[in-house]
Design a protein around this ligand. Structure first.
Ligand code: ACO
Length: 307
């Protein structure tokens, strides 16, 4: 049995913070941010908006587009590093507010969270334990930022994306690959509720690791890079995305890029990008998609699927 994406949804807070706005907050320039990261703006949640409220809005959108009812959902998984509270899990809050009667749990793998969550969901469907799974990535990183630290506060944003994965006998997720190596945890972590990152060191490991991950994913499926129709990468930095596209010899018009408008929304970035390209008609049925991410832990992973 395959896990097929039958619905996608997203939610972005209305409040937008541009690079120009940041120029008046820290010693930075629009030019530096665009040149080093590709980011032009990010969405920032209001105090009244939370990881769970954004997750619920994205889920409603995904359920509507899937054509199934929330009654048909038999598992809820939320990928997040920024839960409303330590417990209950964000997944339980979503499950309750959407009147879903199903088990619910969170997955925490920083920016790779959504790939980890898809990998877990795929195994529930393959083994016949679930038929319709709501998989969400939702993050409120604005809570974790030191707004005086120019090296991190310009990089992140808030938002949520969601998909409905459904059992399908013909096509869907072809393979998923997840990895972790905790020896690098001092390069990227949260201390005293604020992100600490040695950005240029993370950058080098991310580019090298994602290159190996592309090879691993294709080799595992005996596929050639020409089979990929779309790269839907985690949106941390345009230069990292371009390196992955180069590895696949993919032109940038076959790469879904949202980092310019969303910045890095961690576990939400892939479902946000996926929803955008599905809804505007770029991603079409039967096309082959490669989703990949790298994040704190370090964690990294990919999902290859036929849409
Ligand atoms: N504005 C202006 N100058 C700045 C800013 C800023 N906002 N931030 C840093 N600088 C300065 C630095 O102080 C440094 O100055 P110096 O040379 O005088 O010391 C200079 O710019 C260069 O700094 P670098 O850190 O070397 O810049 P780099 O080109 O590496 O870009 C960046 C930094 C954007 C963070 C990049 O390294 C990156 O994207 N790293 C990877 C991030 C990532 O993928 N993280 C994983 C996912 S996140 C997660 O899992 C939560």
């Amino acid at each position: 049995m395959y896990s097929r994406i039958i619905g996608t949804g997203s939610y972005l807070p209305k409040k937008i913070l541009t690079n120009k706005n940041l120029e008046s907050m820290v010693d930075t320039t629009d030019e530096w941010i665009v040149e080093r990261t590709g980011i032009k703006q990010r969405h920032i949640a209001e105090d009244t908006e939370s990881t769970s409220s954004m997750a619920i809005n994205a889920s409603i959108d995904a359920i509507e587009s899937s054509g199934i009812s929330s009654k048909d959902i038999d598992l809820v998984i939320v990928a997040t590093t920024t839960p409303d509270q330590i417990f209950p899990s964000t997944a339980c809050i979503v499950q309750n507010k959407l009147n879903i009667v199903a088990p619910a749990f969170d997955v925490q793998a920083a920016c790779t969270g959504f790939i980890y969550a898809l990998s877990v969901a795929d195994n529930y469907i393959r083994t016949g334990m679930s038929k319709n799974i709501l998989v969400i990535g939702s993050e409120k990183y604005s809570n974790l930022l030191d707004w005086n630290d120019r090296s991190t506060c310009v990089l992140f944003g808030d938002g949520a994306g969601a998909v409905i994965l459904s059992a399908d006998s013909s096509q869907g997720i072809i393979s998923s690959h997840i990895h972790a190596d905790g020896q690098y945890n001092d390069l990227l972590s949260v201390e005293n509720n604020q992100i600490k990152m040695k950005g240029n060191e993370v950058f080098k490991v991310a580019v090298n690791t994602l290159s190996k991950l592309v090879d691993e994913t294709l080799l595992n499926n005996n596929m050639d890079k020409t089979s990929i129709d779309w790269l839907v990468p985690h949106q941390a930095n345009l230069r990292i995305i371009k390196a992955a596209a180069k590895k696949l010899s993919l032109p940038l018009d076959q790469v879904v890029i949202t980092v310019d408008n969303h910045a890095n929304t961690s576990a939400a970035s892939i479902p946000l990008a996926l929803n955008e390209a599905v809804k505007d008609g770029r991603i079409k049925e039967d096309q082959v998609l490669l989703l990949e991410a790298f994040g704190s832990g370090f964690t990294w992973g990919s999902v290859l699927l036929r849409y």
